[in-house]
Design a protein around this ligand. Structure first.
Ligand SMILES: [Zn+2]
Ligand SMILES: [Zn+2]
Length: 119
């Protein structure tokens, strides 16, 4: 799996500005970093397995303090090797990346937050 870099424009939980939040996804960890204040949330891989799409749907409809983000990226799946959409769900508790073809899902659990990270 190559490293992915995505961005999502939303209100930063730390500085309050509506600006790009940079999402970096690696095989063993993920980061969400504010382009303005550099506040960073760290997530660590917890599980990688075939999951039913309900897993993501249930997470998506769970109400939390912060909005859940749903993104998508077309890549070659690490598991089924088919090029197609991967659904990426980001919540304050974790990050899910799921192949729409085979259901292979990586789950990263929220680890910590650093509000004063130097860039
Ligand atoms: Zn910020
Ligand atoms: Zn797949």
């Amino acid at each position: 799996m190559e490293n992915w870099r995505l961005s999502h424009v939303t209100k930063c939980y730390n500085c309050g500005k509506i600006i790009d939040q940079i999402i970096e996804i690696y095989p063993s960890q993920s980061f969400v970093k504010c382009a303005n204040c550099n506040a960073t949330r760290y997530y660590i891989i917890k599980k990688a397995d075939i999951e039913d799409e309900r897993t993501i749907k249930e997470e998506l409809t769970t109400k939390r303090k912060y909005d859940n983000w749903i993104l998508q990226k077309d890549v070659t799946c690490h598991s089924c090797e088919i090029f197609g959409p991967q659904d990426i769900l980001i919540t304050e508790n974790g990050i899910y990346v799921r192949c729409r073809n085979c259901g292979f899902t990586r789950y990263y659990r929220y680890h910590m937050q650093d509000s004063n990270r130097e860039s």
